[in-house]
Design a protein around this ligand. Structure first.
Ligand SMILES: *[C@@H]1O[C@H](CO)[C@@H](O)[C@H](O)[C@H]1NC(C)=O
Ligand SMILES: *[C@@H]1O[C@H](CO)[C@@H](O)[C@H](O)[C@H]1NC(C)=O
Ligand SMILES: *[C@@H]1O[C@H](CO)[C@@H](O)[C@H](O)[C@H]1NC(C)=O
Ligand SMILES: [Cu+2]
Length: 335
């Protein structure tokens, strides 16, 4: 009932966005190009890493725990909102906004660039060889070493985040070393589940002309496979940081989600009408009977951001040429 009233209410104001969009677009005269990590200069990569380390040392904005850092705030916010931001249409705009909040946090640490992406489509043949895992110009490699790490996968051994100590597992306080457990291409699988995000597979996902069909296939296919490929080693061992709802614990999360955002951008570029294409249904309240669905989504829906940043509105995160975003990406380049 509450939902129905809400939908009626927002229907009344939905004539507004187009003129607002136009004004916002005019304010973005020179969009910035978000780059692939592997194509950025060494200087650019080091500048990003320096700022990303700074975020892991800055004081928390949420002040939920005396040992929390700003980086922990990102993991906590994502974990506490987990149910409301995944497995429905809002997945894409919510993560677009979340990456933007992180980009601003990097810039508050002195970084002059933009978010960058891990091009796992280009790296799908053997994703363990990606430039993102470099110990000096990247995020360090797989977990390893000896010893017992409780519920956690082996800790990352090298790179700028080897001393990073995420505070949360899901929303529970459980300080631990940053950990990864790569899926090493067993059986017919490519390394890190790369067979789930080859150029051919992703081109097929992009060919889905319905917004929520595209979103569902991207989220459940390539997006999920990268999370699992980095953090769940072939059914063996313990889970790395990129899988639980606290997955922003691993700073590679933001490069992964910038790539997801780029694929949405590429999908939007295929037709002008797709800039504001948004459909599907909200999830039902947690614990509702199977098969129940929530109300239809609208461009006026709220993007909740907890206490990390002000809440957003979906319609403000559809067009990357809006003033609050103002960026673009390299086009599809794998054929
Ligand atoms: C914060 O970290 C310090 C140092 O590791 C530890 O002694 C302390 O118990 C932690 N505080 C809480 C509330 O967990
Ligand atoms: C991927 O690269 C790693 C590192 O060189 C290598 O050990 C592994 O065998 C490669 N995987 C495949 C399936 O070729
Ligand atoms: C688009 O995605 C939806 C949801 O996953 C799926 O049911 C549909 O078959 C897809 N359409 C095409 C043409 O692949
Ligand atoms: Cu997420």
């Amino acid at each position: 009932m509450l939902f129905i009233q809400f939908t009626l209410l927002v229907a009344a104001v939905s004539a507004l966005p187009s003129s607002t969009n136009l004004a916002a677009r005019q304010a973005c005269t020179s969009p910035r190009l978000r780059k692939s990590w592997s194509k950025a200069t060494v200087e650019e990569r080091l500048a990003y890493l320096e700022a990303a380390v700074c975020v892991t040392k800055k004081p928390s904005r949420l002040n939920k725990h005396e040992n929390a850092t700003l980086h922990d705030d990102f993991a906590y916010t994502h974990a506490v909102l987990n149910y409301d931001i995944h497995s429905f249409a809002g997945f894409l705009p919510w993560h677009r906004y979340f990456v933007m909040v992180y980009e601003k946090a990097l810039q508050d640490c002195g970084y002059k660039g933009t978010a960058m992406y891990w091009d796992w489509v280009a790296d799908s043949d053997n994703a363990t060889l990606s430039a993102v895992w470099d110990p000096v110009t990247g995020f360090g490699g797989n977990g390893g070493g000896t010893g017992n790490h409780g519920n956690h996968a082996p800790p990352v051994q090298d790179g700028p985040f080897k001393d990073h100590r995420p505070l949360y597992s899901d929303t529970a306080v459980d300080q631990h070393r940053l950990c990864r457990n790569w899926n090493r291409g067993f059986d017919e699988n490519k390394e890190l589940f790369g067979h789930k995000y080859t150029p051919q597979v992703v081109a097929e996902v992009l060919a889905n002309s319905s917004y929520d069909g595209f979103r569902e296939q991207l989220e459940g296919g390539p997006h999920a496979s990268v999370h699992f490929g980095v953090a769940v080693g072939s059914g063996r061992g313990k889970i790395g940081d990129l899988v639980p709802s606290s997955s922003p614990n691993d700073p590679i999360f933001f490069l992964h989600h910038t790539m997801v955002d780029r694929l949405w951008w590429i999908w939007q570029q295929a037709d002008e009408s797709r800039t504001n294409a948004y459909d599907g249904f909200h999830r039902p309240p947690q614990g509702a009977p199977d098969g129940e669905q929530g109300p239809p989504v609208t461009l006026d829906d709220i993007l909740p951001m907890g206490d990390l940043a002000p809440n957003g509105i979906v319609g403000d995160y559809m067009d990357t040429r809006n003033a609050n975003l103002c960026y673009e990406y390299p086009k599809w380049e794998y054929d």
